[in-house]
Design a binder for this molecule. Structure first.
Ligand SMILES: C[S@@+](CC[C@H](N)C(=O)[O-])C[C@H]1O[C@@H](n2cnc3c(N)ncnc32)[C@H](O)[C@@H]1O
Length: 216
């Protein structure tokens, strides 16, 4: 069974120091039924891929995480990558995930902590690790962690803010300067490798949090 597609990928100004999805990939039951909730453009072949809309994406089922169109206890795993922050009621999505999951089933859930506003189609919430755990109180935590670190987060925000200053209120100039600053900052994202090694320092700046959970 190949689950390489679940590996974290880098974007231009983000560097992934943690490959957070490996643990989940190891636990997925390939013979079971698996749900990719809020699949976006990440269509996973042998998962049921659900999204709220079909805009620029391939989906198996159009549906809302808050009202999953499935019977109780049918899934072996649920994958929810960067979706909860866009939902209107993340606590209701969590309750639905619990309902459709078998006992012993596995969840991978990640959500944004520090990130620029980015609606899909809305942008409603940000999450800490404790906040995310509170949504899934009766689950065993198999693994927990943070995503991209300080430099990846800060450089993105700085590139947009500096582009804003240089734009003189022109969208075209803003777009040009956003690209320009991203190119200039590109090498500095690798400073996150050093930051990641300093385990004794509290890491308070990071892009997202993630949990691998098991239903009791
Ligand atoms: C940032 S994308 C993430 C896509 C994919 N999971 C990934 O990691 O690449 C967020 C997706 O969640 C979907 N979404 C937003 N609200 C949703 C909801 N209430 N129920 C299901 N999907 C939702 C959006 O349509 C969008 O495709």
């Amino acid at each position: 069974m190949k689950l390489g597609f679940l590996k974290s990928s880098d974007t231009f100004l983000d560097y992934n120091v943690v490959d957070k999805k490996n643990k989940f990939a190891c636990l997925v039951d390939a013979k079971g039924k698996n749900l990719n909730l809020g699949c976006g453009s990440k269509y996973i072949k042998w998962f049921v891929n659900l999204d709220i809309n079909t805009q620029n994406k391939k989906v198996d089922i159009v549906g809302k995480g808050e009202f999953l169109p499935f019977k109780d206890g049918v899934f072996s795993s649920v994958y929810i990558d960067h979706v909860l922050e866009y939902t209107s009621r993340p606590w209701q999505v969590a309750a639905e995930v619990k309902r459709v999951l078998k006992s012993g089933g596995i969840v991978y859930v990640s959500a944004a902590f520090i990130y620029a506003y980015h609606p899909h189609p809305q942008d409603n919430f940000r999450f800490t690790l404790s906040g995310l755990k509170n949504l899934f109180p009766e689950f065993e935590v198999v693994e927990e962690g943070i995503g991209k670190m300080g430099f990846s987060v800060s450089l993105n925000l700085l590139a947009y803010s500096l582009a804003g200053i240089c734009s003189f209120n022109s969208q075209v100039l803003f777009n040009i300067f956003s690209i320009l600053f991203k190119i200039v900052f590109f090498p500095f994202k690798y400073l996150d490798i050093i930051l990641f090694r300093f385990k004794n320092i509290p890491m308070d700046v990071f892009s997202n949090v993630f949990l691998v959970l098991k239903k009791q």
